[in-house]
Design a protein around this ligand. Structure first.
Ligand code: SF4
Length: 403
């Protein structure tokens, strides 16, 4: 049921972009065509998991109802005597060859290019491990949490222990370009921070997008709690939309990469059997709209001429052969209270004019308990706006508004 389904970063982003596409993916569970760059990312992630899993030393978790917390010392003392030997470089590349998938590449050349990129990138990453000495407490871990009532989940590429005993969330990126701003603004990292903080006993100290192509960890401090409020509100809006089953299509540039165009109401083609009849209806609608705009514009012009004539002659009724045009008046008062706001606030009267509507102002102006000088100043901000319009009276007594 959509109501209870926890939101991942990608499902949240998908809903924000297009609720209907979200429905196709997460409710109807329609498959998407594989794409080479996603397949590539998955393969690289899985090999990195294999490489780093032997280095994992679990950290203390927040105790649930039926579990007791363990500490790193407990774990090291009782369950782990020495770390297992690391995977060799040759083993790593062999694992890469085993994990390779050909799904979604546009051509054999494209696949070969990606495959070589991955080999190169993993080889360099292997050498870099000697320098970085990561201390993972988990790799590719699935975490769930309730973020103040919103169920969320995610697979975290890596959680490391920092030198200060805290935690660092690491997300690998195989994309071409990445900057420090990406790490600062990443909503994905923010969600991961909430997930880790909800499940682990130690605080999250830093968040890192690891750019694999350049072996650059783009590391930023963990977000302060108040910096997460906007994201929480956006996720709450998404969760509310899903709960209300609001799945309207939101077309945009992203439609070009959507696999569901053929079934989407924005792009679905009309069956041939209905096409001719509906084409005629649309053409007729278009003609009528054009006629309506022309008539509206002409009506405004004629009403304007009648108004000038009535002003000049000082009359309100003008006879035609089939009807009489009668000039009517609509008036409204408007008060410009901005300059008096400080005075009204100082005298405790601002609360009586929450919207500044004429009725509120008039009530105040008539109130004998209010200082007469202030009432006079409020009244003087008022201006009367008059709007004229025409009605037609015909022989049968019918009438209609023209302006
Ligand atoms: S084609 Fe565009 S509007 Fe339609 S479901 Fe896909 S993303 Fe949404």
């Amino acid at each position: 049921m959509a109501v209870a389904a926890p939101l991942s970063y990608s499902s949240y982003r998908t809903y924000l972009e297009c609720p209907l596409r979200w429905k196709y993916l997460y409710i109807d569970r329609l498959p998407e065509a594989p794409r080479g760059y996603f397949t590539f990312g998955r393969v690289v992630h899985s090999v990195l998991e294999e490489l780093l899993r032997p280095l994992v030393v679990p950290a203390a978790r927040k105790a649930g109802e039926s579990e007791t917390q363990r500490t790193l010392d407990d774990w090291q003392g009782k369950e782990r005597a020495a770390p297992p030997p690391p995977m060799s470089r040759a083993d790593l590349l062999a694992a890469y060859d085993r994990a390779w998938l050909s799904d979604g590449y546009g051509s054999a050349e494209e696949e070969a290019r990606y495959r070589s990129l991955g080999r190169d990138l993993l080889g360099k990453y292997y050498d870099q491990l000697e320098v970085e000495h990561p201390r993972p407490v988990s790799v590719e871990e699935h975490l769930e949490a309730r973020w103040d009532g919103i169920p969320i989940h995610g697979y975290i590429d890596r959680i490391d222990r920092t030198p200060d005993g805290g935690l660092e969330v690491v997300d690998y990126k195989t994309s071409r370009e990445l900057s420090a701003d990406d790490a600062l603004e990443s909503e994905q990292l923010s969600i991961y921070q909430v997930l880790v903080e909800s499940n682990y006993a130690e605080p999250v100290e830093s968040l890192t997008l690891y750019h694999l192509r350049s072996l650059t960890p783009l590391r930023v401090p963990a977000r302060p709690r108040d910096a997460l409020v906007t994201l929480y509100d956006k996720m709450g809006t998404v969760a509310d939309g899903i709960r209300a089953q609001a799945y309207e299509p939101t077309p945009g540039r992203h439609c070009s990469r959507c696999d569901f165009r053929s079934m989407c109401p924005e792009f679905r083609t009309v069956p041939t059997s209905d096409a001719v009849r509906l084409r005629e209806l649309v053409d007729r609608f278009d003609q009528l709209r054009n006629t309506q705009e022309r008539v509206d514009s002409e009506l405004r012009e004629v009403a304007e001429q009648l108004h000038h004539a009535a002003e000049e002659l000082g009359v309100h009724r003008l006879a035609g052969t089939s009807a009489t045009a009668v000039r009517r008046r609509e008036e409204a008062w408007q008060y410009a209270l901005e300059s008096l706001r400080p005075t009204l606030e100082a005298s405790g009267l601002a609360g009586r004019l929450p919207t500044g509507r004429p009725e509120e102002v008039r009530r105040l102006v008539r109130d004998p308990s209010v200082d007469p000088e202030l009432r006079r100043r409020v009244a003087e901000t008022g201006a009367r706006r008059v709007k004229w319009y025409w009605e037609l009276e015909d022989g049968a007594g019918g009438s209609g508004r023209a302006r």
